[in-house]
Every structure is written in structure tokens, then in C-alpha cells.
Design a protein around this ligand. Structure first.
Ligand code: ACO
Length: 323
């Protein structure tokens, strides 16, 4: 039995920070409103000449250093993004080139805020099927480029950033004590398209478009669907909420995250929160949060980590990982 073990992680956030106070000078909002409804205090914004692949590269290099892996060791790059550098080729291939990788394969995955979990599931399947030994999974976004900066319902929510994990095939016993990815569960329901989408694209408008969201409806679906996905993950591994050491959720709204922690009976200290400083970085939010908690020593070998995310599609999922 093989498992996909995470052997390194890395993160990158653009230098420029935009506070809620700065936003309040652009649209009719306030720091107090944004904090009380979302938990967000600030977000990072990519420089004009910084693309999604540049952010991804920095996170990837940090993950490679952490894992002690060189570009020659990587068989596959799976990059989750909704904000690719170009319509094609895949942003993952740009990262591959910037890493001077001359072998292996690289492609993008588009599952919006659930993108990291989709990429992780693909990597896990490649590794456990024996089609790859070492896989780099990246979540990287420049949402600042697809926001309508006049729409206060959406522009306050998002930020730019990138996170990456390095996975390697390892032996396991097939039980939940194994270190590595224990499970991934993915879902989508395309009928819910209109709740959260971008009103542009190469085939429809030939423009990049802007994020549009029915926030309250997405919130309602998030609570129901994330709860189901988490129950599914625990059941599949014969585990209960009491076994969880850390909740590393997608950082969309602190109220959604708090609600999930309460349902699971987790103490606030068991939840990794970055939304206050990063805002919603879509596919990058989980690896950014994961990396922070690993770096500061909260997550230790043997700990059980629960990850969950929902986003446009709607697309959602969960994963259990033993560190
Ligand atoms: N500042 C001040 N007032 C505002 C702002 C703002 N930035 N935005 C909206 N308002 C107003 C509205 O106009 C509305 O006023 P009205 O009652 O006079 O019409 C009032 O505040 C309440 O608006 P709601 O949209 O109902 O506010 P809500 O409490 O639902 O919070 C929010 C909005 C934060 C967007 C919330 O609904 C949410 O977080 N939803 C889920 C988001 C999510 O999980 N997305 C998934 C991932 S994202 C992805 O995949 C790309």
C-alpha cells in the first residue's frame, strides 16, 4: 500500500498590503463592516509585473528547499488557479520552465477556491497509482486582476498569494495511522453556476471578466456542503471529530470557519486562521495556512489535519492528512 506523504511546503505573499481602511477610500465600506462580516483586516496585492506564475515559482522554490528536492526530482506539477497568466499554455508549464525543469509533466486545475483540494487529489492518485514518485502541488492566484474594484460586495473579500506542497510516494499500512494523504473527497454541482462566477472568458466575451457572487446564498451552501464533505471524510477513515488535531480550512469567511469548528467541537486554538491577514486567496489559501502552521511549529509529525473548501462551480471537497 502506498501513501502520498507531504515532505515540504512553501508560501509566498506579494509585498504590497492593502488594508480595509485603504479600501474604504475606494468603495462605500468600513473596516468595522468588513471585519465583523468576514474576519478580514488586510490582503496582499501582486505588483503590476508579478503574474500568477511568479508567485507560484516563489512558493514552489520554498517547498523544494523545505523538502530538499531539486527540479530534476519532480515528475509532475499540478497547479490550481483561477487566474492563469494566459488562457494557454498552462501556468504550471511556466513554473516548470522557470524551475529549469526539462522532464516530467505540468498542467493546471481549475476548481476555483476548491482548487488546492482538487490538485491534491490528482497528485495523490498519480502517486498511489505508481505513475509518479514526486509531485509538486501549487495553489497560486492573482484575484486582484479579476475583481471589480467598484463592487463592494466582492472586492473586499480577496487577496493574492501562493502556497505549495511537495508530495512523495511512501509506504503505508492502509490505516489511518499512516502518515500522508488519508483521503480526498471532491464534489461539484454546475447547476449552481450563477451563485459565483466570472462574467467573462475567452469563449464567451473574449475578456477576462470580473468576479460576481450572491454572497448570502454561497454562505448557505458552504455551511451545508462543507459539513457533509467533512462527515464523509471522517466516516471513510473510521475517525471521529475528536481525532482531529487541526482544521486547516479554505479562508473565505471567518464566520463559516467558526461555524465548522463549533460543529466539530474543536477549540478555537485548533483552527489555523490566516483570513485576517491574507483574505480569500482562493486556491492558495489552504497551502498558505498549512505552511504557516508547519513553520511556526503548531503542526507536528503524526498530527491529523482536516482540510475543506468550497468555491465557484459550485465545487467543494475535503481531505484528511496525517502529517
Ligand atoms: N461594506 C458595507 N456594506 C456592504 C458591503 C461592504 N463591503 N457589502 C455588502 N454590504 C451591504 C449590502 O449591500 C447589504 O445591504 P442592504 O441590506 O441594504 O441590501 C448588507 O451589507 C448585507 O449584505 P449581505 O450580502 O447580505 O451580507 P452578508 O452578511 O451575507 O456578508 C459576505 C457578505 C461576506 C460576502 C458573505 O455572504 C460571505 O462570506 N459569503 C460566502 C463567501 C464564500 O464563501 N465564497 C466562496 C469562496 S469564493 C470563490 O470561490 C471565488
Amino acid at each position: 500500500m502506498h501513501r502520498s506523504r507531504i515532505i515540504g511546503c512553501g508560501a509566498y505573499l506579494p509585498e504590497r498590503i492593502m488594508t480595509n481602511h485603504e479600501l474604504a477610500r475606494m468603495v462605500e465600506t468600513s473596516h468595522e463592516w468588513i471585519v465583523s462580516r468576514t474576519g478580514i483586516c488586510q490582503r496582499h496585492i501582486a505588483a503590476e509585473d508579478e503574474c500568477t506564475s511568479d508567485l507560484a515559482l516563489k512558493a514552489a522554490q520554498a517547498a523544494m528547499d523545505d523538502a530538499g528536492i531539486t527540479a530534476d526530482d519532480i515528475d509532475l506539477i499540478v497547479l490550481a488557479t483561477t487566474t492563469p497568466d494566459q488562457t494557454f499554455p498552462a501556468t504550471a508549464t511556466q513554473v516548470q520552465a522557470k524551475l529549469n525543469m526539462t522532464r516530467g509533466a505540468a498542467f493546471d486545475v481549475q476548481a476555483v477556491c476548491a482548487g488546492f483540494l482538487y490538485a491534491l487529489a490528482i497528485a495523490d492518485n498519480f502517486l498511489t497509482a505508481g505513475q509518479a514518485e514526486t509531485v509538486l502541488v501549487i495553489g497560486s492566484e492573482t484575484y486582484s486582476r479579476i475583481l471589480d474594484w467598484q463592487d463592494r460586495r466582492t472586492c473586499i473579500l480577496f487577496g493574492d498569494g501562493a502556497g505549495a506542497v511537495m508530495l512523495r510516494r511512501a509506504d503505508g499500512n492502509g490505516n489511518s495511522n499512516d502518515r500522508g494523504v488519508l483521503s480526498t473527497h471532491l464534489h461539484s454541482d454546475g447547476r449552481l453556476h450563477d451563485l459565483l462566477y466570472v462574467d467573462g472568458g475567452p469563449s464567451s466575451t473574449q475578456t477576462a471578466g470580473h468576479v460576481r457572487m450572491a454572497g448570502r446564498e454561497v454562505f448557505r451552501h458552504a455551511v451545508i456542503k462543507l459539513t457533509e464533505a467533512v462527515e464523509e471524510a471522517l466516516e471513510a477513515n473510521d475517525l471521529t471529530a475528536k481525532d482531529i488535531d487541526w482544521l486547516v480550512p479554505h479562508q473565505a469567511n471567518k464566520r463559516i470557519i467558526d461555524g465548522m469548528a463549533r460543529k466539530l467541537g474543536l477549540a478555537p486554538e485548533q483552527v489555523v486562521l490566516t483570513i485576517d491577514r491574507h483574505a480569500n486567496t482562493s486556491a492558495a489559501s489552504i497551502p498558505l495556512a498549512l505552511c504557516e502552521a508547519v513553520r511556526d511549529g503548531r503542526i507536528k509529525p503524526g498530527h491529523l489535519i482536516l482540510m475543506e473548501a468550497i468555491g465557484g462551480g459550485l465545487s467543494w471537497g475535503s481531505s484528511l492528512v496525517r502529517w
